[in-house]
Design a protein around this ligand. Structure first.
Ligand code: ADP
Ligand code: MG
Length: 321
């Protein structure tokens, strides 16, 4: 089983940021109201994700780190609404590639329990003291998979990839309090907020105030969010975030639609700011293209493309008073 897990580990967890994404998505799936993420040395030395979600019962801790164990909905359509991930692969993959310490106390239970898995070797469940919720600590990522370790970039690059992932998730779930610490320094510590306040916290207050609210509906697809006027652009596309069914995605079609919508009104080499939420029936999506990379495929890409381009152009032409 260790061999199988090590192969899977390289597929699901390609770099520290992928582990961060999986752990934070688990916290969101657990209904957390508060999530704290700590990253050390690019996430290679240590990743910690703490939540106040539903917790994992002691009797299920071992199952949670066993390959293909998921406590989540098995109805395919509901699974796709709930998460963009493979089912039950993240924790076993992380546990195969690193040392994973999972500590959890379900709400309403008075003690916590802990399990440690290192390089695929599972230890015994131990009772410990701890707050309600779950803490996942990943140490020495890829120590057990040296081939994968070789592909890591600099600590600074891995660190900023981790921060990007947390920022994107924090934007997607503005109603959850989010904290990020990198090498002991707090990057942000945000209360539960509405979307606009969260954008202000992550993009800057001035930029957020200048942005234009956008809403559009076509059949069963809804687009909402905030875009910058043509006068507000950046040298990079770092302030463009897309969410599909409340989860962060990096989707080429959505990025291209944004570029096309602004093409004639902003200078070459400049990028608009945008935080866009797309709500789409799960059966119109194929999220299994490559969940680790947040890629997805729309059943009707042309309709999505024209919805996004049309909505942006209409809102830029008639900005809200
Ligand atoms: P998946 O999220 O696809 O179900 P994972 O490997 O990410 O698979 O997690 C396995 C299981 O462990 C989850 O189904 C869930 O039951 C449990 N779990 C993991 N993280 C948490 C968490 N932060 N809070 C509550 N339960 C969790
Ligand atoms: Mg998961």
């Amino acid at each position: 089983p260790a061999t199988i897990n090590r192969i899977a580990a390289g597929e699901v967890i390609e770099r520290p940021a992928a582990a961060v994404k999986e752990l934070v998505e688990n916290a969101l799936d657990a209904g957390a109201r508060r999530i704290a993420v700590g990253i050390e040395r690019g996430g290679i030395a240590r990743i910690e994700v703490k939540d106040d979600g539903c917790g994992i019962p002691e009797a299920e801790l071992e199952l949670a780190i066993t390959r293909h164990a998921t406590s989540k909905l098995t109805d395919e359509a509901l699974v796709r609404i709930a998460t963009l991930g493979f089912r039950g692969e993240a924790l076993p993959s992380i546990g195969a590639a690193a040392r994973l310490t999972l500590t959890s106390r379900p709400r309403g239970q008075d003690s916590a329990a802990r399990i440690i898995v290192a390089g695929g070797a599972v230890g015994a469940v131990m009772p410990v003291a701890g707050p309600a919720g779950t803490s996942a600590i990943v140490e020495d990522l890829f120590y057990a998979t040296p081939a994968r370790r070789k592909f890591l970039r600099s600590v600074a690059a891995e660190s900023s990839a981790c921060a990007d992932v947390v920022r994107h998730l924090a934007l997607a779930a503005a109603e959850v309090a989010f904290r990020l610490d990198i090498d002991g320094a707090t990057s942000f510590d945000l209360p539960a907020q509405d979307r606009q306040a969260r954008i202000a916290a992550l993009y800057g207050r001035g930029d957020a105030q200048a942005m234009i609210a956008l809403d559009a509906v076509r059949e069963d697809v809804t687009l909402s969010g905030f875009i910058s006027p043509a006068s507000l652009t950046r040298a990079s596309a770092r302030h463009q975030h897309m969410m599909v069914n409340a989860r962060p995605v990096r989707d080429p079609l959505l990025r291209m639609a944004l570029r096309v919508a602004y093409r004639e009104i902003i200078p070459a080499g400049r990028h608009p700011l945008a935080a866009l939420w797309l709500e789409i029936p799960p059966e119109s999506l194929d999220v299994n293209v490559h969940p680790a990379k947040s890629e997805l495929r729309f059943a009707a890409p042309e309709a999505i493309r024209s919805l996004v381009i049309g909505a942006i152009q209409r809102h830029l032409a008639t900005p809200a008073a």
